[in-house]
Design a protein around this ligand. Structure first.
Ligand code: M6R
Length: 602
């Protein structure tokens, strides 16, 4: 989830590039950089941390007069957020910026670039060296670029400039956004979203996956599979915030819709054939521990709780889960033979960080599942798996949870495989299911519309129970937390089988029960739990692939054959339900009262 911008024209390029990056800072900001090519000379600047550091660094740099420029704000996926890893990356005469992940970067290095000294740990740097490699055997920069793109596997939005053709920007797009803009003075603009182009470009073209080409002042040539394509332009909106939200009403809504693409990023480079490959764990002996303890807060705690089912079922390792604020003061007995996993979107949650330090002091091996590289938790843990959700702006976590779940599922398979706990057939089944999840996460517009209509029934009453069994119990907890956070209505998540041990006393028609009823796990059991609630007149919203005659409202899900596919589909539905109820109540969905995105105090 990096942000990229590009410009061809007479303007002060520094100002356009830095201004554009400011608009994209919401996509990631652990480092940033620009490169400007004017009269054959390249000037490049990079800085770690917030964009303001790059702004200070370039204060004395001016670039008026015709030229071209590219800029990048980074959200680390490969390599630490250092200056060396910041974009642009360069070769001998060319500079590149990239958003996405080049999955086969190691293979490219080995095959084409074994003698090139690499300056960074990124996947991106191969692009510029591969381009220069092909320049030597091509008749034009474009031919070399086309050959380069043909060798890349993965997701990319790329802008590349070269001193060999100093008035051209080469571009390519696959699976991540890239927008090209123009106006009637001959200027050309690029951006990861509309926002940086507003006020500059008159119309924009949203490039399609697999498209690439080159741009000069007034001229853009677009190709796909070596065949020339027409560019289709649309007028550009004037509303920047609207553009940052990609047209969605709230960031939370946008982030729910983004889940399909961000989990694709979570998976990238981590599955080879039928094996989970986690390079980040190369130094960790996953066969050497007897148990796993997970510690986290809020939504991350729910991901941990859900993962405990996976670790016991798939990895065959005992797994316990603790709320970090409780763990710290209970004088826990810590065993150096237990792997301690912390989960945190922000990497800065004080309770989770302190719990991690306690575990480390006691000699436990530690692993962070985190979305922010170089955060305090990542710097403290022995090893980290980045979840790759990109920046999450909505205070209520959605895509962070989805990517945490995918990372933990991958980890449980990785551990299971290394401990010989999973047979080949089971592994094949899991892989098939894993790879299907990006599709499962595509929001079904009809279901969203139905939830929008249904939401008006669920604005009052004396409370909500989200109920589920097995791994759907943590999902019920998460569904209830989402609703609480943004609607300010009382909601609880409960194990369905536990309702009769107390909470059923609350049941009447003003109690709303949201029942998660997957067909692949304990369907008959939960069915009887729900029947008991219906007999006490609770208003029932059933989410299930199986029609349920007693439900007041029913959302039909797909008839998946794997519980995790049902899990992810129901996750999206509970997120959308909370969103729609909150919108109807007129609340500030993205910044709910009393909450902060990062809880750095106890
Ligand atoms: O950054 P973390 O994942 O460590 O944050 C933990 C919780 O504060 C966080 O999940 C919180 O519960 C969210 N608001 C949930 O939507």
């Amino acid at each position: 989830m990096c942000g990229i911008v590009g410009y061809i024209g007479e303007k002060e390029k520094r100002d356009f590039l830095l201004g554009g990056l400011k608009e994209l800072e919401y996509r990631g900001y652990d480092s940033a950089g620009i490169a400007v090519l004017k009269e054959g000379e390249i000037s490049s600047f990079k800085a770690t941390g917030k964009l303001s550091n790059l702004v200070s660094k370039t204060e004395d740099f001016s670039s008026e007069g015709f030229g071209i420029g590219i800029g990048h704000t980074r959200w680390a996926t490969h390599g630490k957020p250092t200056e060396a890893n910041a974009h642009p990356h360069w070769g001998q005469f060319s500079y590149v910026i990239h958003n996405g992940i080049i999955e086969n970067y190691k293979e490219i290095k080995e095959q084409f670039l074994p003698h090139i000294p690499f300056l960074s740990q990124t996947d991106t740097e191969v692009i510029v060296h591969l381009f220069e490699y092909f320049v030597n055997e091509s008749t034009s920069g474009f031919e070399a670029f086309e050959k380069t793109v043909a060798h890349l596997h993965g997701a990319y939005a790329i802008l590349l400039i070269t001193q060999k053709e100093p008035d051209v920007i080469f571009f390519a797009k696959n699976a991540v956004p890239l927008i090209l803009g123009r106006n009637n003075t001959g200027e050309i603009f690029f951006g990861s979203s509309d926002a940086p182009l507003i006020g500059f470009a008159k119309e924009v073209s949203y490039l399609e996956d697999g498209q690439y080409g080159f741009a000069k002042a007034n001229v853009v040539s677009l190709f796909e599979n070596k065949i020339a394509q027409n560019l289709h332009y649309k007028p550009l909106t004037h509303d920047k915030l609207f553009a940052q939200k990609d047209g969605y009403r709230y960031f939370m809504e946008k982030e729910i819709y983004e889940q399909s693409s961000v989990v694709t990023e979570t998976l990238m480079g981590r599955i080879k054939g039928n094996e989970v490959v986690l390079d980040e764990l190369a130094g960790m002996d996953v066969t050497g521990f007897n148990a796993i303890k997970i510690c986290a807060c809020g939504t991350s705690y729910h991901a941990g709780l859900a993962a405990s089912y996976l670790f016991e079922r798939l990895s065959k390792v005992r797994c316990s889960v603790e709320i970090a604020s409780e763990f710290r003061y209970k004088e826990p007995l810590l065993d150096p033979k237990t792997l301690f996993i912390v989960i945190s979107q922000s990497g800065e949650t004080a309770d989770t960080l302190e719990a991690l330090k306690m575990a480390q002091k006691s000699g436990m091996p530690t692993l962070a599942i985190c979305n922010v590289d170089n955060s305090s938790i990542v710097r403290t843990a022995d090893a980290t798996l980045l979840t790759r959700a990109g920046i999450e702006k909505g205070v209520a976590s959605t895509k962070a949870f989805a990517t945490q779940m995918m990372t933990l599922w991958l980890l449980s398979l990785y551990v299971g495989h290394h401990r010989n706990a999973i047979g080949t057939e089971k592994m094949n089944e899991e892989m098939k299911a894993l790879l299907h999840i990006p599709l499962v996460l595509k929001v079904d517009e009809a279901i969203h519309e139905k939830l929008h209509r249904l939401s008006k029934r669920y604005l009052h009453g004396h409370g909500f129970f989200f109920i589920g069994r097995d791994i759907f119990f943590p999902l019920a907890l998460e569904g209830a937390l989402k609703l609480k956070e943004i609607s300010y209505l009382h909601a609880e998540g409960y194990p369905a089988g536990e309702m009769k041990h107390g909470p059923i006393a609350l049941a009447d028609s003003e109690l709303f029960t949201i029942a998660l009823m997957p067909r692949t796990l304990l369907y008959d059991k939960i069915k009887s739990n729900v029947q008991e609630l219906s007999a006490r007149d609770s208003t029932l919203l059933v989410i299930s692939p199986e029609p349920f005659e007693l439900s007041d409202d029913f959302i039909q899900t797909h008839a998946h054959t794997h519980p995790m596919a049902e899990f992810f589909e129901m996750m999206v539905i509970t997120q959308l339900l909370a969103l729609e109820i909150s919108i109807r109540l007129g609340n500030d969905v993205d910044m709910p009262r009393n909450l902060a995105k990062s809880v750095t105090v106890e």
